[in-house]
Design a protein around this ligand. Structure first.
Ligand code: HEM
Length: 81
């Protein structure tokens, strides 16, 4: 798979991926047990306020409240195959 885990997991292939399913990354139980799939809608919500969508997530990114750049970002994530 393309990409590299750093502080966070690889985001190549994230669109359509089950949360917490990259075997090379050690996720929090919160993320792994969230039962979410990162299709367009949850990723959109997650990026508005990640800690609201996955309470207890280790991801410290606060989110992107502004709709236009968030939509652009989600579109960009979808291209990471
Ligand atoms: C535009 C910026 C970012 C996007 C689009 C993004 C996206 C994501 C997504 C979709 C996941 C879930 C992946 C999965 O379940 O396989 C995730 C997890 C994570 N991200 Fe981010 N992220 C961003 C910024 C950051 C930043 C700035 C950090 C830390 C400095 C970070 C750290 C993490 C960590 C630690 C996790 C795992 C969470 C857990 O196990 O609870 N992310 N990120």
């Amino acid at each position: 798979m393309a990409g590299k885990k750093l502080i966070g997991p690889r985001l190549f292939g994230v669109a359509g991926r089950t949360a917490g399913s990259d075997a090379e990354f050690r996720y929090s139980a919160a993320n792994e047990g969230s039962g979410l799939t990162w299709d367009a809608a949850p990723v959109g919500h997650d990026l508005t306020s990640p800690s609201t969508v996955v309470p207890g997530t280790l991801m410290t990114y606060a989110g992107l409240k502004n709709d236009t750049p968030r939509a652009d970002l989600i579109q960009c994530l979808a291209t990471l195959k």
